[in-house]
Design a protein around this ligand. Structure first.
Ligand SMILES: [Zn+2]
Length: 575
């Protein structure tokens, strides 16, 4: 047992490298045997989880108060001096464990991950990875600098896009076209940047001894349980099953809006999502104070499961949430983990909208994951793959959804809740075809790197995929902006291949929801059991424990979409 480790948050964030280094030195020097490896892992974890917690606590401090200069300074110190030292020290311990050839029980998956990471590591790639980061910053700069003159005022494109929710269709079209024209003005700059991204990625793959960047990305993302071929068949299944369902949604919405054709400026995001509700539909106002939000969400969770409800109450009692929007708070929402005490922290910017309710449910799903893994001994076993981490959160959105009505302790009248739930389910259906375009495009790019580097060929491919997966929206006369859609999907540029995870997780979440409609207690018990496994088993095993199948074929999608359409149909009778 290591002695004198910081035992409270204040001491923990004040920890310095000269204080930490001796622990790593001692761990690196200790000789490893089958008899002492468990104790060694416990000691390593007790240091590692404190470092992780330090970063989490600094993230919280800098985001709950962006004007906290002391927190800022500590975060910079952490990133500049502590983090590189810790990474190098952690690497040494990983190598030591791998070299020992010991296989502690329950450590198979962390070892598998360590081996993959060690195999991928090549010093020659360090400058290239840094170069890639710089290109990502340039990408942000190009989009960040885009403004337009709208009715005499210089505004950002994000603010301009608020007009897509306007009832006046001509005004929507005007705003949409202005945005498109401004983005097209930077097409050349994005194309040039793209060629650099592709060059740097080809070199990274080569240095790592991989036949293409796709193989590199697959291993880097620790994707052991599905292949590029599986992603392709997922896309085909989406085309076969989900595209017709998405087209039915677009058709229905088109009729309710009284339109002949659905144009991109009729959609809330100007791209692929659902159209804005018809004029006159009342906006949902679920809560007037943060206490009401907390109370409502707590009651909902208690209806889902008393233990989960209890976890949420613990968060509130221990001050582990910051839900209200206010000045000097960072944007967005997240759930982070304090691993040394095995507690989560939830950060939201709630202002009183339905989105705030959904975000709180989502982040609480992540928080429950952290509560459930409290019994797992080593921090290295807590690394849950994205494809399942999002099952915990998206699954919770769905498990909680039947209790949104006031009579169940939630926020809405029956018809308001029905409307919100329909939008949620429709949004999930509409997401899959878009995800398929993004993923299929990237598969093609890295399979055909010559063509993939040529912007004109990329445009052609994106246009083909768009027509194949999103036939429900009329883009005629807007071809130039349609085919350059890949420019505007930042994942393609900044975090390649990162996207299909959401599509897979969504399918897991719907399966759990389906189980709950049959037997909620059983479905939630399985959900909790799977969460409690943390990162100790494979992805298919996590899904299986949760009562779902890790699959992406047409049959499973058909069941999922059928169920979603059935629920939508029932909810429509309640509006
Ligand atoms: Zn999430």
């Amino acid at each position: 047992m290591l002695k004198n480790l910081p035992s409270n948050p204040a001491a923990l964030v004040a920890w310095t490298w000269p204080e930490i280094e001796p622990y790593y030195q001692e761990l690196a020097a200790r000789s490893l045997t089958a008899a002492n490896v468990d104790a060694w892992l416990v000691d390593w974890s007790s240091v590692g989880e404190r470092i992780d917690e330090m970063y989490a606590r600094l993230t919280v401090a800098t985001s709950v108060n962006t004007a906290d200069t002391d927190a800022d300074q500590r975060m910079n110190q952490f990133l500049d001096s502590l983090y590189p030292n810790v990474t190098a020290a952690e690497q040494k311990l990983k190598q030591k464990l791998l070299a020992s050839q010991l296989e502690p029980p329950g450590f198979e998956i962390p070892l598998r991950n360590m081996r993959a990471e060690a195999d991928l590591f090549h010093a020659a790639n360090l400058p290239l990875l840094a170069e890639q980061q710089k290109l990502a910053i340039q990408y942000n700069k190009i989009y960040g600098a885009q403004t337009v003159n709208w009715e005499g005022e210089e505004i950002t494109l994000t603010r301009l896009a608020i007009n897509f929710q306007q009832p006046d269709r001509a005004r929507r079209e005007k705003a949409w076209k202005l945005k498109a024209a401004r983005q097209l003005a930077d097409a050349e700059a994005i194309n040039k940047l793209w060629a650099k991204f592709m060059d740097v990625r080809a070199s990274i793959a080569k240095n790592a001894g991989k036949p293409s960047y796709r193989e590199y990305a697959w291993q880097q993302k620790l994707r052991f349980d599905y292949t590029p071929e599986d992603c392709k068949s997922f896309a085909s299944a989406i085309e076969q099953v989900v595209v017709p369902a998405a087209t039915r949604i677009y058709e229905k919405r088109k009729k309710s809006l009284g339109l002949d054709t659905l144009r991109p400026w009729d959609l809330v995001d100007g791209w692929f999502s659902r159209p804005a509700p018809p004029t006159g539909a009342p906006t949902l106002k679920p809560f007037a104070s943060i206490d009401e939000l907390k109370q409502g969400v707590s009651t909902i969770f208690h209806k889902v499961d008393p233990v989960l409800g209890g976890y949420f109450d613990t968060l509130l009692a221990e001050g582990l949430t910051d839900l209200a929007n206010r000045k000097n708070k960072a944007p967005g929402a997240y759930c982070t983990s304090y691993p040394s005490i095995r507690r989560p922290f939830i950060f939201v910017n709630a202002v009183g909208t339905h989105d705030d309710v959904m975000t709180t449910l989502h982040e609480s799903g992540h928080a429950f994951h952290i509560f459930e893994t409290a019994g797992i001994p080593y921090v290295q076993q807590l690394n849950v793959p994205m494809e399942f981490a999002e099952v915990a959160s998206m699954g919770m959105e769905l498990l909680a959804s039947p209790y949104l009505t006031r009579q169940d302790g939630g926020f809405y009248s029956e018809s308001e809740a029905a409307r919100a739930r329909i939008e949620h389910l429709e949004g999930m259906i509409l997401f899959w075809p878009f995800m398929a375009v993004v993923d299929s495009f990237q598969q093609w790019v890295y399979e055909n790197p010559m063509k993939g580097t040529d912007p004109a060929a990329c445009d052609t491919k994106w246009g083909e995929l768009w027509d194949r997966f999103l036939p429900g929206v009329d883009w005629s006369g807007l071809e130039e902006i349609k085919v350059t859609g890949w420019h505007r999907k930042l994942h393609i540029h900044q975090v390649p291949f990162y996207y299909v995870e959401y599509g897979l997780a969504q399918l897991g979440a719907v399966q759990i929801f389906g189980n709950a409609l049959k037997n909620q207690a059983e479905a939630v018990a399985a959900y909790r059991k799977a969460l409690a496994l943390g990162g100790t088993v494979t992805l298919p095993q996590l899904f299986e424990a949760a009562g779902a199948k890790f699959a992406s074929d047409a049959a499973i999608l058909k069941t999922a979409v059928g169920l979603m359409e059935e629920v939508i149909g029932e909810l429509e009778t309640k509006i």
